[in-house]
Design a protein around this ligand. Structure first.
Ligand code: AMP
Ligand code: ZN
Length: 466
């Protein structure tokens, strides 16, 4: 299986560092407001990665953090802590805010069939590990103290900028006058911040009361749960130039070697071809989708039809089209489900589809191509339960609820009187035997009983006469 590594800028053959278990770290949400559908696109990408690895027989040890302190309004070191800002605005405690938005986040990812990673640590519960990390960096000469915190000295770390290809000298020359004159380089970043009195979240350290920088959270929690070296780190493309560059600097400075083998990044979701913003009123959430009558899985379907490394533009018309397509796909799946069990499709055909599917998902998660294969299976002329089983197997990766949706279609048909069911059955039998006369007689009898029958390619449908 091949994955595109942002660090090497190429697709590389994937093998776990150790045995059959893949160790993954994903940057999780900052829980100070509702996660929007752009954030959700990133977690759908993370979920697809999980599912493709599992499809290939790997076990997973996957960590996704909850950032409940330290993420400032700018991704660098300026502005207020996002948690504190919401706390001030809503007059709630940052802990209450974190708990509430974490709960909603978990509900929303469940609605999108995003599997929960095995380990979901909260930043506020790992302050000791972060402090230990910062202290070790300072002891090794990578950190220095200023009046407002402890900063990482990027010029001491040779590889700074390698993930994003930053030109540090150029950056230094072109940098606007930095608000923090004590920093040695404008791109030096905070490992630990000294807390002003009004900062509610603060912990004791050898530098007095303070709170961790956002970047150190991920490095410290990744190391705690996955060890000094792990396989994959994921996040959105916005993390490449600052957050992940800083994570690399911290971890490699401490360990003297890279901590992460593969860096994977999901591209952004645009809305109406632009950035989502509160002022434009287009930061939609899963709740908005549901309230407008869409199945959140239609949004998942929409995301699956774009490559994770390409931008995707969200519009309501696009979502409507995705919902229609998903409904059609499920109908086609149900047709295979309801096929005569005697009807077989040659093994070579089934295996051919399966091979094409596997090649697509293993080619750097080419899900749009895998989806095209699924459509070819769904539309296949012969309806067969062999193909239904194949579609269910593919749905281990798509997670579009093929089996549940098929059940739902069944449930929508209320229970019928056993006598009527028996008659429908008898008529089916008569039709199979091409005994049209008997079939028509039964149809008429059912008609008298108030039942209308319709023969569709998916089988017989019945309804009550209006
Ligand atoms: P945050 O909660 O701000 O830390 O972001 C959570 C995740 O969402 C991160 O991995 C971001 O890279 C990602 N993200 C933010 N905005 C978008 C967007 N418009 N499209 C895709 N991913 C995004
Ligand atoms: Zn992170």
């Amino acid at each position: 299986m091949k994955l595109y590594n942002t660090l090497t800028r190429q697709k590389e053959e994937f093998r776990p560092i150790e045995g059959n278990t893949v160790k993954i770290y994903s940057c999780g949400p900052t829980v100070y407001q509702y996660a929007h559908i752009g954030n959700m696109r990133s977690y759908i990408f993370m979920d697809i990665l999980r599912r493709v690895l599992k499809y290939n027989g790997y076990q997973l040890k996957h960590v996704m953090n909850i950032t409940d302190v330290g993420h400032l309004v700018s991704d660098a070191d300026e502005g207020e802590d996002k948690m504190m800002k919401t706390a001030r605005e809503t007059r709630k405690s940052p802990w209450e805010i974190a708990e509430y938005y974490t709960g909603v986040f978990m509900d929303h990812i469940a609605e999108l069939n995003i599997e929960k990673p095995e380990i979901i640590p909260k930043a506020t519960e790992h302050i000791d590990e972060m402090l230990e990390f910062v202290e070790a960096l300072v002891e090794k000469g990578y950190g220095y103290e200023t009046s407002d915190g402890i900063y990482f000295d990027i010029m001491k770390f040779e590889g700074y900028g390698k993930l994003s290809g930053l030109d540090l000298e150029g950056q230094k020359a072109g940098a606007r006058v930095d608000v923090n004159k004590e920093k040695r380089h404008p791109a030096d970043f905070a490992l630990w911040k000294k807390a002003p009195k009004e900062h509610i979240m603060q912990w004791p350290s050898r530098w007095g009361m303070g709170y961790p920088g956002w970047h150190i959270e991920c490095s410290a929690m990744g190391r705690k749960y996955l060890g000094d070296e792990f396989d994959i780190h994921t996040g959105g493309v916005d993390h490449i130039p600052v957050h992940h560059e800083n994570e690399i600097a911290q971890s490699e400075a401490l360990l003297g070697k890279p901590a992460v083998r593969w860096w994977l990044h999901g591209e952004f979701l645009l809305v109406d071809n632009g950035k989502m913003s509160k002022s434009l009123g287009n930061t939609y959430t899963v709740t908005d989708l549901r309230e407008k009558g869409y199945d959140p899985l239609a949004f998942r379907y929409m995301c699956l039809n774009a490559n994770y490394r390409s931008k995707l533009n969200f519009t309501w018309d696009g979502l409507k089209a995705a919902q229609v397509a998903l409904d059609r796909l499920i109908e086609a799946v149900v047709a295979h489900k309801n096929a005569d069990p005697e009807v077989k499709v040659p093994d070579e055909i089934v295996q051919g589809f399966e091979k094409e599917f596997l090649e697509a998902i293993n080619d750097d998660l080419n899900i749009p191509k895998a989806m095209a294969v699924a459509w070819n299976v769904a539309r296949y002329g012969t309806k067969s339960q062999d193909l239904y089983r194949l579609l269910l197997k593919m749905d281990q990766v798509f997670a579009l609820d093929f089996s549940k949706a098929a059940e739902k279609i069944k449930e929508e048909t209320p229970e019928l009187d056993p006598e009527i069911l028996e008659l429908i059955e008898q008529r089916q039998q008569a039709r199979k035997e091409k005994n049209w006369k008997v079939a028509d007689e039964i149809r008429d009898r059912l008609n008298e009983m108030g039942i209308l029958l319709e023969d569709t390619p998916q089988g017989v449908r019945w309804s009550y006469k209006k």
